[in-house]
Design a protein around this ligand. Sequence first.
Ligand code: BGC
Length: 403
Amino acid sequence: MKVSTGKTKFWAGGAGVLAASALVLAGCGGGGAGAGAKEEAPAESGEETVAVEGGDCGEGMVVGVAMPTQTSERWIADGNAVKEGLEGAGYTVDLQFANDDIPTQTQQIDQMITNGANVLVIASIDGTALSSQLDAAGAAGIPVVSYDRLIRDNENVDFYVSFDNYLVGVAQGTALLHGLGLVERDGTPVADAPKGPMNIELFAGSADDNNAGFFFNGAMDTIQPYIDEGTLVVKSGQTAFDQVATLRWSQEAAQKRMEDLLSSTYADGSELAGVLSPFDGISRGIITALQGVGLGPTIAEGLPIVTGQDAEIASIKLINEDIQQSTIFKDTRKLADRSVQVVQDLACGVSPEANNTEDYDNGVKVVPSYLLDVVTIYKDNIEQEIVGSGYWTAEEVEAGVSK
Ligand code: BGC
């Protein structure tokens, strides 16, 4: 595969080698674009090549880590874990959170580049809003690792680390169907399942986050057959992604939309059986609206099934109390470890291991990716998966706050 950075042509067996080369340019050489890289005679292909050197790779390099927000625990945990891991490996880390504000994030990344970052690890707010920052990074030979959310429409994205976002959606759809008595936890249809019709409503994440579409598609591919056969009915008729998306994953916006749905569609007393929710913050907004009209307060007492994502401590408590039905546990410690590994690989001239080189097309190129597995959490596996793995302690689950 031939790849071009626009400055120097690289011969790369995989995109990771390109990234590694770029990193050597930016990092180990320690002096900006082109510094420290050994230009070699054109290879057989006739292209210029740049040698990737190992050595004291990483030591003393600066990694800019841009996280979207501190309003959700997962991003705080992600940021801290990535920082800790990189510092442990000898890097200096510039960690910034952007309060879900796009201009704040672009300024932070501009600043990282100005301050001489050698590598950038970025979890974007709006995946399409970082083009000038990525152009600048590309021009300076600074490799970019897209963290959890794919940065779109720019060639200067060297590697993507995330969870399997489509399978997160499948897991959310399966959890909803399971809560409605239609399938087992592994998705196997239940033999004497209810025939319905049962009413459900759908929520999706922020349309500017590339992940949101993957989650929604995975969930809908799982749920749609039950809608087609009439077992499930989306009573509001709002089934298109754009109709159900929630800008910035806002809990308040989700609560408001659920309240509107309840008054517009369910005021006649029709029963709502379940709500597909893509994120724990959104789930809590939905639950507040549902309880606000007197449903529940627990699932056993008639609260509709509500799914989630991220294993946020406030939602784990709700799951433990039979209020939220499920969440998808994405172990951010593993994602952080993987990212540190990717940065180190790039620094040392090793092509980072990818387990997906097909699905994450950012509009300009397919970005080599490493996707991690997720676990669906219900009340009865909190102990094993969440407490047992040390993600939250039993006291934290009880209190619903992190210590
Ligand atoms: C992440 C999810 C998270 C959501 C809201 C997505 O990009 O992949 O884990 O729930 O953002 O923060």
